[in-house]
Design a protein around this ligand. Structure first.
Ligand code: ZN
Length: 89
């Protein structure tokens, strides 16, 4: 049992998901990340912070398999877009 499995299991239980399935998906995502050779840390251009890969949502269309901006900036942008749809991205 790796620390990653433990963490994934804890998250799954908190969110009422099937732990076995969630652990499998987290492991697959970690494998994809390793396969792509992405760095454990990357800098978010929106907030200029260097954050661990886990702070970024997955985006399989991107070269490193991660969104360009961190989850926090993604969420902030989504919230702004929702508040004023005409303002665009
Ligand atoms: Zn950010």
């Amino acid at each position: 049992m790796s620390p990653l499995d433990d963490a994934a299991r804890a998250v799954a239980e908190r969110h009422g998901l099937d732990p076995a399935d969630f652990v499998r998906r987290v492991r697959a995502a970690a494998d994809r990340r390793r396969a792509r050779g992405s760095l454990p840390f990357k800098t978010c251009p929106a907030c200029s912070r260097e954050l661990p890969a886990l702070a970024y949502a997955e985006d399989t269309s991107k070269g490193d398999g991660l969104k360009v901006t961190c989850r926090e900036c993604d969420a902030a942008r989504t919230a702004r877009r929702r508040a004023s749809p005409s303002a665009g991205a």
